[in-house]
Each structure stands twice: as C-alpha cells, then as structure tokens.
Ligand binder design. Structure first.
Ligand code: PNS
Length: 164
C-alpha cells in the first residue's frame, strides 16, 4: 500500500490540483492532501474552509473519497511524511516556470530525508496556467473563473469577496 503526501496551501483548491489528485490516484493507493498551516502568506480562506472545499471538490470531481484524506501540517514536510509513514511526496508541474522551485524543494527534501522521494505529475494542458493566486486576483477584479475551479470553490469565492 503506497501513500503519497500531496502538500500545498490550496488557497483555494483549483482544477489544476484536482487533476493532480486524480492522476495521483492512478499511481498510488492513497493520497493525503496536506495543507500547510504556517504559510508565510496570509491566506484568503481559513484552514477549515480549505479543508471543506477540498472535500467537496473531491466528490464533485468523482475522485474516490475513500482513497483521499485531508490533513494539515506544520513544520518540515519530511517530518510530516515520517509521522504518516509515507515515503512519497506528490507534486504537480505546470510550465517550465515551476521547475526551478520544484527542483529546489525536491532536492532540499531529499537532503533532509533520503527515504522520501518526490514524484511529479504533469498538470493537464488546459490547467497549465491555473494558479490559486491568479484565480483569487481574477475573482477579486470581477473576472470569470468558471472552468478553472470546482463549482463549490466558485461559490465560496463569490461569497468571500462579497464580504470584503
Ligand atoms: O503549493 P505551495 O503552496 O507552493 O506549497 C508549498 C509547500 C507547502 C509544499 C512547501 O512550502 C512546504 O513543503 N513547506 C513546508 C516547510 C518545509 O518542509 N520546507 C523545507 C522544504 S523546501
């Protein structure tokens, strides 16, 4: 039974993320979506909101919920992997621009713990340009994010931005 940890901020989850989760389920038995709690950036959505959106998106996207769990972590990712007895970190790759950052992280994590391997899945073509940061910016400026994020996320973005 191979468990992969899929870490990130997920603020909010996008179709780019769900496509990586679905791809990950082809390769691994179980995926733990692990939300970093102490991110340097101030998130738009609370941890609880992000957990709920991920849960709803998994169902919406038809991924097998019995093989995907959602958790939060703080501190070093490799320590969290050890705590979960997981030896695989799952990350998505979009354009070349992701590569340098991801290479640095993967090598740093390998330096910290040689037992943990990072595995990359290419994002689907249509989501190559989708990033949580851009989705938030477009929403905030009144643009349409239909088709970029799950419907439950669209709704929450609308609600959240109506309040700010
Ligand atoms: O998708 P994101 O939001 O860029 O995710 C970044 C994340 C959470 C994977 C990364 O910041 C992380 O692993 N943070 C935990 C701290 C850590 O382990 N740092 C050392 C390895 S680079």
């Amino acid at each position: 039974m191979t468990t992969a940890i899929y870490p990130g901020s997920f603020d909010p989850i996008t179709y780019g993320h769900t496509s990586i989760i679905k791809g990950g389920l082809v390769a691994f038995d179980e995926i733990v979506v692990a939300i970093l709690t102490n991110a340097k950036k101030t998130p738009l959505f609370s941890l609880d909101e992000r957990v709920e959106m991920i849960r709803e998106s998994i169902v919406e996207e038809g991924a097998d919920p019995s093989r995907v769990s959602i958790d939060t972590f703080d501190g070093l990712l490799v320590d969290y992997c050890a705590k979960k007895n997981a030896r695989v970190i799952l990350r998505g790759l979009r354009a070349v621009s992701d590569f340098e950052y991801e290479l640095q992280m993967a090598n740093m994590n390998r330096h910290l713990n040689h037992d943990v391997e990072t595995v990359f899945i290419m994002a689907e073509n249509e989501y190559f340009y989708v990033a949580s940061r851009l989705v938030k910016e477009v929403s905030r400026l009144g643009g349409d994010v239909t088709g970029l994020v799950p419907r439950c996320v669209e709704r929450r973005l609308r609600d959240k931005l109506a309040l700010t």
